[in-house]
Design a binder for this molecule. Structure first.
Ligand code: PLP
Length: 412
């Protein structure tokens, strides 16, 4: 770095995912889309390789009048948006706790504001060892770091023992603790914590020191693409029952749910035990917003408010999304079945945009696959395929190709 002060951050030359994604695009331009598999992008594409945008959402967007998109929105979001986004996040569940919603630019903003407000400088934020890379970027950016726990146990379930060991260790070292759990349809594995997993987490917090504060961020970015909306919200009552020193925060993203990735809209919503805790959450998070991105984009807030004010429109959006979700689930199942058939080990998978394969040498295997015009993302512990961006017939092909690449390299 020449002018830049790194301040404890590791700043790479380029974002790895976007670099691979660019190479995939170049390959498509050169060899044609039928000859290339681009499993890099975290957005839902149709079988022709076009970004899926819900028509019902697009129609509302195009109908906006200038006063519905041009003025600044309040820092925490418009009142109509805040009411609507709570409904979007909680579905038919009505939390018993005190909820406050603060608008954020995508789910990312909620991660940033949670880390900045509920951990101290130098703290470690607990995340799973399979994790979305920006968690680390965000922590480093604001003077924190991550610590990882083993996400899976030997049986392929949530590793509650390792989670507990890390929680206890960090609570011993720190006055406060932020934990980020991305579920359901976790990125990068597709795993969803069961209601029982959440109950086990609650049981741990019932025994940890009650004078230490824990912010439990449930990053629910993929909640509407995991399966039945109500079924995948059955864990919410467990959040409501956490002890008072644990503050559950739901990180909600409009990027996937409303196919508004570039509109940068989301919200962080607390479920607090007292009005004072909820009020403090709102006050601090709005302060953070003001000091980082200021207010959020008004247009998507208006769109979501309009959808929730009109039952017919809401039904259309839900039905349209459900069709694409079924398509996504079929792709995931096709990948899983093909992996089983060729004997390729997968990381425990349930649903969602991604599926992962564990291996010791992901960078080499990904480079080997690129030679055959298959573009996937190497992570620390394996390779991630975005089934969201690959048609079902190609999802069926990928596992055997990964396996063959791994075997070729092992023979070298
Ligand atoms: N959390 C996870 C795990 C994600 O994968 C994403 C998007 O890729 C997000 C949060 C939020 O994304 P956005 O800020 O685009 O809403």
């Amino acid at each position: 770095m020449i002018f830049v002060r790194e301040n404890g951050r590791t700043i790479p030359k380029e974002d790895k995912i976007f670099a691979i994604s660019n190479r995939a695009k170049e390959a498509i331009a050169k060899y044609g889309k039928e000859n290339v598999i681009n499993g890099t992008v975290g957005a839902l594409f149709d079988d022709e390789g076009k970004l899926i945008v819900l028509k019902s959402v697009d129609r509302v967007f195009k109908s906006l009048t200038p006063d519905e998109y041009a003025p600044y929105a309040p820092i925490g979001g418009t009142p109509e948006f805040k009411a609507a986004i709570k409904k979007a996040a909680f579905g038919s569940y009505e939390p018993k706790g005190f909820t406050e919603a603060v608008a954020t630019p995508g789910g990312t903003g909620g991660v940033r504001n949670t880390v900045s407000n509920f951990s101290a400088f130098g703290d470690r934020v607990l995340v799973a060892d399979w994790f979305w890379a920006p968690y680390k970027t965000i922590c480093q950016e604001i003077g924190r770091d991550i610590q990882t726990f083993k996400f899976f146990n030997e049986e392929g379930g949530f590793n509650i023992d390792d989670f507990k060991a890390n929680v206890l260790e960090l609570l011993e070292m720190q006055e406060s603790l932020v934990i980020i759990i991305n579920s359901p349809a976790h990125n990068p594995t597709g795993y969803s914590l069961t209601v029982n997993d959440w109950r086990n987490i609650k049981a741990i917090f019932e025994k940890t020191p009650q004078d230490k504060h824990v912010a439990l961020l449930v990053d629910a970015a993929y909640i509407d693409f995991a399966g039945d909306e109500e079924q995948y919200r059955q864990f919410l009552p467990v959040l409501d029952e956490m002890p008072e020193n644990v503050l559950p925060i739901v990180g909600y993203s409009a990027s996937k749910t409303f196919t508004m990735y570039g509109m940068r809209c989301g919200a962080m919503i607390c479920i607090a035990k007292t009005p004072a805790i909820a009020q403090e959450f709102k006050q601090a998070c709005e302060f953070s917003s003001r000091g980082s991105w200021s207010n959020c984009n008004r247009a998507p807030q208006t769109i979501i408010a309009k959808i929730y004010a009109d039952p017919e429109l809401k039904k259309m959006v839900d039905e349209e999304r459900a069709e694409y979700r079924d398509m996504l689930l079929r792709r995931g199942r096709a990948f899983e079945k093909a992996a089983k058939e060729c004997g390729l080990e997968m990381v425990p998978f349930d649903a969602g945009f991604f599926a992962s394969v564990p291996m010791p040498n992901p960078d080499e295997v990904a480079a080997e696959l690129e030679k055959e015009n298959i573009f996937l993302i190497p992570l620390a512990k394996g390779i991630r395929t975005s089934v969201a961006s690959v048609p079902e017939d190609k999802c069926k092909l990928i596992p055997a190709r990964i396996k063959a690449a791994m075997e070729r390299l092992a023979e070298k």
